[in-house]
Design a protein around this ligand. Structure first.
Ligand code: MLT
Length: 393
């Protein structure tokens, strides 16, 4: 009767488990406010251009002449055009009809698996955003892991002997903050093309890629249109974690077993998804307008300053870390080694919440992730408490 593959999953989704622990701590320690640096949830308000566009859209919905009901599941042309213009600015040409608007990267990353056979093999880095692993496990699909460790700078490269039909790449990476350069991504594209595999490229953190030579889209790499699907998101880029809007780009060149994956994804979405609200899509298009992008950039710079502050604290304490330069996450070597034990100590002694590396996979043990999406005030306070704890935690 039930899908027994669910029994192969951990009892709780990582961030739900953390939220529960924090709720329990707060209930038992009233008057000890907790600083949240765990889940990568933004704190800056929406850009004024976004708010204005959503206000206008809400007013349109309140008028019989401009009211809108169902639209097709692909998204309104005005938003698909805005996303295509975003790709053009990155130097990665994309046509509007290759872009399907959704309620975010997490849903799309999971839902995309509907178009792949449960018999194919998923190649997934370890550590990794747990959604990729859990959603494959739900289908009973075989998962092979590739090690992301300090030895490879947390950037695994293709291994000719590994079996892979679906390859997950997230760059800049969640959770490690490492980012592939152009040559490294080109090697992945060549590998996927050689074996007919499909790369699922999660670009949710592209707006944080600050260093030269770090591609912000897989389509900046020649040949990627024949082997890669890209998932994009406004969550971190424009503060849409609570608004919900993203997209998936499936180029028409992407054909497997004689079938267009774009057509399959469209068929899937038309059947199981009714699209994103008009108000949200207007807000999203405003976020991608020149004015909106400039305002969103200010928020990203704000978080970057937090990342610098966290990195500076780790430097002062002599704690090794990656991330922060191209990413909102700092991935540090966990004081004491046991990442859940450090999570508990940090919560109890400093009232700071981070994410234990073990939650991202076996290779995550020994590491800990801090998010820079808080306020300056809280980040400063948290780092003061971190210093008081000392390098030993
Ligand atoms: C994270 O903290 O890893 C992300 O914010 C979770 C997500 O985007 O779903």
């Amino acid at each position: 009767m039930i899908n027994t593959h669910y029994q192969t999953l951990p009892d709780n989704y990582l961030f739900a488990a953390i939220a529960r622990k924090v709720r329990e701590f707060e209930a038992g320690h009233p008057g000890q406010p907790v600083i949240r640096m765990g889940i990568g949830d933004v704190t800056r308000p929406l850009a004024p251009a976004v708010v204005e566009a959503m206000r206008e859209a809400a007013a349109e919905m309140g008028c019989a002449e401009t009211f809108r009901g169902y639209d097709d599941a692909q998204g309104y042309p005005f938003l698909k055009e805005a996303v295509a213009a975003h790709y053009a600015r990155l130097g990665a040409a994309a046509a509007p009809d290759e872009i399907l608007i959704s309620d975010g990267a997490k849903s799309d990353a999971g839902n995309l698996l509907d178009i792949f056979s449960p018999d194919c093999v998923a190649l997934i880095p370890d550590p990794v955003y747990p959604v990729y692993v859990d959603t494959n496990r739900m289908d009973g699909r075989a998962v092979r892991f590739m090690d992301a460790t300090p030895d490879n700078g947390f950037l695994p490269m293709p291994d000719a002997s590994a079996q892979a039909d679906i390859i997950y790449l997230c760059s800049p990476n969640n959770p490690t903050g490492a980012a592939y350069n152009r040559d490294q991504l080109a090697a992945w594209v060549a590998y996927a093309r050689e074996r007919g595999a499909v790369i699922l490229f999660d670009a949710a953190y592209e707006a944080f890629a600050g260093e030269a030579g770090i591609p912000r889209s897989i389509y900046e790499i020649e040949g990627a249109r024949e082997c890669a699907i890209e998932v994009g998101s406004l969550s971190k880029m424009a503060g849409f974690t609570g608004v919900r809007c993203g997209w998936t780009l499936v180029p028409p060149e992407l054909v497997r077993d004689g079938v267009s994956l774009r057509q399959m994804w469209l068929r899937r979405q038309n059947t199981k998804f009714n699209g994103v609200s008009y108000i949200t899509q207007r807000g999203a298009a405003a976020a991608l307008s020149p004015e909106g992008l400039a305002q969103c950039r200010e928020n990203i710079d704000y978080y970057r300053e937090n990342a610098r502050l966290i990195a500076g604290t780790m430097d002062a304490l002599g704690i090794a870390y990656t991330g922060g330069r191209n990413s909102p996450y700092i991935w540090l070597e966990c004081p004491g080694g046991d990442s859940w034990a450090f999570f508990d100590r940090l919560l109890e002694r400093a009232q700071v919440v981070g994410t234990p590396g073990a939650g991202f996979g076996q290779n995550g043990e020994g590491f800990f992730r801090l998010s820079s999406f808080g306020t300056h005030e809280n980040t400063r306070k948290a780092m003061r408490r971190f210093r008081e704890l000392g390098a030993g935690g």
